[in-house]
Design a protein around this ligand. Structure first.
Ligand SMILES: NC(=O)c1ccc[n+]([C@@H]2O[C@H](COP(=O)([O-])OP(=O)(O)OC[C@H]3O[C@@H](n4cnc5c(N)ncnc54)[C@H](OP(=O)(O)O)[C@@H]3O)[C@@H](O)[C@H]2O)c1
Length: 233
């Protein structure tokens, strides 16, 4: 196993926690940045750095000297029709989805370059490639993430790969309100070519694959993990 650790920002819940669990199972060490750490108790090889990305700066010294891969998982979900979306919602969505990622990646740059053959993974949404009502703010922020992915992939090649996953509806704390009733979940699943909504495992599997050297010839990509929604009728 090569030297260095992974950094999972937002690794305390949802998809990020799924990524952390897979990395730990593979014997990797992981530094998690998030506000809470309850779900990390008992996971071997995990160090927690408490941080609120909306208020705190990211200290390069709090990150490993060699970073094999970095996943940025925080996000938001303000679903409202455009007429009800105040400009402040666009600003706050941009802050957590985009500026947070920029802050962490800038702090991690030395560690990513020191590790060599390292990679960055960010999260977009299926709602960037497909126009969806009530998604204007999150689609605007995640569109920026897709642009950031390609720009950084160009700037950081060949040392650091940069990719992005665009999920559709997946069962995590962020989307808990959509998963309260079994009938509603089944009805939502019917809208997907693969006839179900996503699980943390669906996303974590692709995320760890993209972070790993198994994808050492893949950069600048936005990969749909979406039950077929973006490409199949
Ligand atoms: N779930 C979906 O259906 C879906 C669909 C499309 C795209 N996505 C995107 O996929 C990514 C992962 O989503 P998810 O559903 O796993 O999200 P989630 O359940 O809300 O988990 C987000 C993680 O980010 C951390 N976090 C949030 N705000 C933070 C802050 N201010 N400072 C530090 N850490 C913060 C949370 O930890 P703490 O609370 O401990 O800080 C948590 O570990 C997001 O970018 C999301 O936009 C999700």
């Amino acid at each position: 196993m090569s030297e260095g650790s992974y950094v999972v920002v937002g690794g305390s819940k949802g998809m990020g926690l799924g990524i952390v669990r897979r990395l730990v199972e593979a014997g990797e060490t992981v530094v998690v940045l998030s506000r809470t750490a309850d779900e990390l108790v008992g996971l071997t090889g995990v160090t927690h750095v408490e941080i609120d990305l909306l208020n705190d700066d990211v200290a390069a010294e709090s990150l490993p000297e060699k970073i094999k891969g970095l996943a940025y998982c925080p996000g938001s979900l303000n679903l409202k029709m455009f007429r009800s979306l105040k400009p402040d919602v666009f600003r706050s969505d941009f802050e957590i989805n985009v500026v947070g990622a920029v802050k962490v990646i800038q702090a991690a740059m030395g560690g990513l370059k020191a590790a060599g053959n390292s990679s960055i993974l960010m999260f977009s949404t299926v709602a960037v490639g497909q126009g969806m009502a009530a998604h204007a703010s999150i689609a605007a922020s995640k569109g920026a993430i897709e642009g950031l992915t390609r720009s950084l992939a160009s700037e950081l090649a060949p040392k650091v790969r940069v990719n992005c996953i665009a999920p559709a509806l997946t069962d995590t704390p962020l989307t808990a309100r959509f998963f309260a009733s079994e009938e509603k979940v089944a009805a939502m699943g019917e809208k997907y070519p693969l006839k179900r909504t996503g699980t943390v495992e669906d996303l974590a599997a692709m995320a760890v694959f993209l972070l790993s050297n198994k994808t050492s010839w893949v950069t600048g990509q936005v990969i749909g993990v979406d039950g077929g929604m973006s490409a199949v009728r």
